[in-house]
Write a protein that binds this ligand. Structure first.
Ligand code: MF3
Ligand code: CO
Length: 256
C-alpha cells in the first residue's frame, strides 16, 4: 500500500528534507582534492545530531547485504555507483566524481537525498554525465503530479538517459518515503511492466533517484558486501530528491 501524507505530515517531512539539503550543501562545499570521505562522514554526523535528528542510514538493515549499514553517508567515487563506505584511506583527487547520499529521521519522518560532486575540474564527458543525470531527475520531478502515473516518472528518466547514450542501473531503485526510509512503491529508473503503475495521488511522497552509467548498465557488489560498482569500470552518477504530490504540483522537500 502506498501511504498518503496529511499536510501536517508533509510539514514534518519538509523539515527532514531541508536538513538533508543543508547537510549535502555543506558537504558539497567541503569537497576538494585531498579531503577524505571519512572527513565528510564526521561532518555529516555532527550536523545531523546537532539538529536533533538521527542519521537514517547508520544501522539500517539492507536485505541484499544481509547486514546493517555502518555509516551516516554513502560516498561512492567514480565507477562506484552507490553504497560506497566512507574511509580515512579514500582521498579525493582532482578529476574524480563523488556521490554523496544521506538520510535523516527527524520527529519520526525521513528525508533522503543524493548529489554527485566533481572534484576540481573534471572531463567534459563526466560533466555531460552529471548534467544528463540531473536533468533526468528534474524532468521526472516534473511528472510527479496529479493526472500522471508512476511509469511517467520511470519512463521519463529512462528516455532522457538512453537518448543521451547513457544507461540506467536496474538493480537499485527509488522508493516511497515517510515514517520509514523505504516505503512503497518501488521507483525504477526504467519502465518495468511487471510492476504496477499506480495513479499519483495527493499526499504521496516519492524519493526519485536516477543512477546512471556512462557505459553499460551492469553492476556488481564488491566483496565488502556494500559497494555497488559498474561492471565495465565506467563512471556512474546519482542524484536524488524527495518529492510530494500536491494539488499545486510537485513539491521538492529536499531543497529550498
Ligand atoms: N541510498 C539508499 C537510498 O537512497 C539508501 C541507503 S541504504 C543504506 O534509498 F544502506 F545506505 F542505508
Ligand atoms: Co533513497
Amino acid at each position: 500500500m502506498i501511504t498518503r501524507k496529511s499536510p501536517t505530515e508533509l510539514e514534518k517531512m519538509r523539515k527532514s528534507g531541508l536538513l538533508v539539503y543543508q547537510v549535502l550543501k555543506e558537504l558539497t562545499d567541503m569537497v576538494q582534492e585531498g579531503v577524505t570521505t571519512h572527513e565528510l562522514e564526521v561532518a555529516a554526523e555532527r550536523m545531523i545530531r546537532d539538529a536533533g535528528a538521527r542519521p537514517a542510514f547508520k544501522g539500517y538493515f539492507v536485505q541484499a547485504a544481509g547486514a546493517r549499514y555502518p555509516f551516516v553517508l554513502c560516498t561512492s567515487i567514480n565507477h562506484e555507483i552507490i553504497h560506497g563506505m566512507p574511509s580515512t584511506r579514500r582521498v579525493l583527487k582532482k578529476g574524480d566524481i563523488v556521490k554523496i547520499d544521506t538520510g535523516v529521521e527527524l520527529n519520526g519522518y525521513f528525508g533522503d537525498s543524493a548529489v554527485t560532486v566533481p572534484v576540481g575540474e573534471v572531463s567534459g564527458s563526466l560533466r555531460k554525465l552529471l548534467e544528463v543525470t540531473q536533468e533526468s531527475l528534474e524532468m521526472a520531478i516534473g511528472e510527479a503530479r496529479l493526472g500522471k502515473r508512476l511509469f511517467d516518472i520511470c519512463g521519463t528518466v529512462e528516455a532522457h538517459v538512453t537518448s543521451n547514450g547513457f544507461s540506467v542501473v536496474r538493480e537499485f531503485v527509488g522508493h516511497g518515503i515517510g515514517t520509514r526510509l523505504h516505503e512503497e512503491p518501488q521507483i525504477p529508473n526504467y519502465v518495468d511492466r511487471q510492476n504496477e503503475n499506480p495513479r499519483l495521488k495527493e499526499g504521496m511522497v516519492l524519493a526519485i533517484e536516477p543512477m546512471v552509467c556512462a557505459g553499460k548498465p551492469e553492476c556488481k557488489v564488491m566483496p565488502d558486501r556494500w559497494t555497488a560498482v559498474t561492471s565495465d569500470g565506467e563512471c556512474a552518477a546519482h542524484f536524488e530528491h524527495v518529492v510530494a504530490i500536491t494539488a499545486d504540483g510537485p513539491w521538492v522537500l529536499t531543497r529550498p
